[in-house]
Design a protein around this ligand. Structure first.
Ligand SMILES: Cc1ncc(C[n+]2csc(CCOP(=O)(O)OP(=O)(O)O)c2C)c(N)n1
Ligand SMILES: [Mg+2]
Length: 364
């Protein structure tokens, strides 16, 4: 788990408590993004060096995920897909060690699937060692990830529906499952997976049933090698969905767009939208635009083969962590030197981890 105790930054004593806490929060988020990026870079190397079979990594999606983690409360559910390692690190649900254990299919140390699933296929337990239900209202809940894209939609809808039912029925013996329906079911999905039928069925049903579903679309402009214009109407899922916008009676889906590199806006949008969804049980979709894939889709490909030099340069210039760091410096939250020092620390931390992990790896 990446926690504050691994993160020690000198905070100037001349600042107020609020300023200090804000600065700490922002820099802690940057730290998580940096560690997550290093884990992705190392993850690809581990596969290409033959120490793991396949990797699908979360680089280029880090910043919106620290923002989503801030809005995610105990009792909430995530039904997502393979890009969400940064969210898991940020919410304290996965350590970097566990992340690599799953990449290595390490049956003893992968807590999510015992080495059976691909990497970044996360889950949290529902029962304790005695087979008793855990109190889900006191936990950050993650439904077990599956590899078929958009498969997370139906589960996310079911979880949201459960909250609606619990609010209506208020069953005393079920208090471990819901706090009067005040949960949000967070679903994450890639831009191209929104072309699938189950995405559209889910969106329609969520509006008809008025359930607390919040869908975040990580839009990196590609589904493997296929650009978004070739599979989404108008090249934009938020535009394509406009007919779902709520009417005067709150029937429909609230739709928001935000750039994936805009850290303050992402935090504000996730916070505001999740409160509305939680309180009013109106579904929402946040279209997170201008994300990137610094290393391409997965370890099985090389995006230099299908992206133009201009696109590759654009992805470098608009890397979400790069832009978050620029915002931090421009707004005096930290100096360039402090940001650079964090980057060095993240590289050292990951290298150290690689040495520790190496002791456990059997090279086949
Ligand atoms: C039902 C299904 N069809 C196809 C695939 C193969 N596949 C894996 S990832 C992927 C592209 C997903 O792109 P997108 O939804 O944009 O997410 P991204 O990887 O870009 O974050 C495809 C087609 C799959 N896993 N499941
Ligand atoms: Mg995509």
């Amino acid at each position: 788990m990446i926690t504050d105790n691994q993160f020690t930054l000198e905070i100037s004593s001349s600042t107020t408590d609020d300023e200090t806490n804000y600065r700490k929060d922002v820099l802690n988020d940057l730290w998580i993004c940096l560690i997550s990026r290093e884990a992705s870079l190392l993850g690809r190397k581990e596969v290409l060096n033959g120490r793991a079979k396949f990797g699908i990594l979360g680089d280029g999606k880090e910043v919106p995920q620290v923002a989503m983690a801030r809005a995610f409360r105990k009792g909430d559910w995530r039904s997502g897909y393979y890009r969400d390692q940064t969210f898991m690190f940020a919410r304290g649900l996965c350590t970097v060690e566990q992340y690599f254990a799953q990449l290595y299919a390490d049956s003893e140390n992968d807590p999510f699937s015992g080495g059976r699933q691909m990497n970044s296929h996360f889950a949290t337990p529902l029962i304790d060692a005695d087979g008793e239900w855990l109190d889900q209202t006191q936990m950050y809940n993650v439904s077990s990830d599956i590899s078929c894209t958009a498969g997370q939609m139906a589960r996310g809808l079911g979880l949201a529906m459960a909250s609606k039912k619990y609010r209506k029925l208020d069953i005393p013996s079920h208090r471990k499952f819901s706090d009067n329906g005040n949960e949000v079911s967070f679903v994450t999905i890639g831009d191209s997976s929104t072309s699938e039928g189950i995405f559209w069925e889910t969106m329609n049903a969520s509006a008809v049933m008025r359930v607390p579903l919040l869908v975040a679309v990580w839009d990196d402009g590609y589904g493997i090698s296929v650009p978004v214009e070739m599979q989404t109407a108008k090249g934009s899922i938020s535009k394509a969905l406009e007919g779902f916008l709520p009417d005067g009676n709150g029937n429909g889906i609230m739709i928001y767009t935000v750039k994936g590199w805009d850290y303050p806006e992402l935090c504000a949008v996730f916070e505001k939208v999740s409160l509305k969804v939680r309180d009013q049980h109106i579904p929402a979709l946040i279209h997170i635009q201008e994300l990137t894939q610094p290393q391409g889709h997965s370890t099985s490909g090389s995006h230099e083969r299908y992206k133009t030099p201009e696109r590759l340069q654009w992805e470098k210039d608009n890397d979400c962590i790069k832009r978050m760091a620029e915002w931090i410096v421009e707004n005096g939250i930290a100096t360039q030197e402090e940001v650079d020092a964090l980057k060095v620390k993240a590289i050292e931390y990951t290298k150290m981890l690689r040495i520790l992990l190496g002791k456990h790896i059997v090279i086949v």
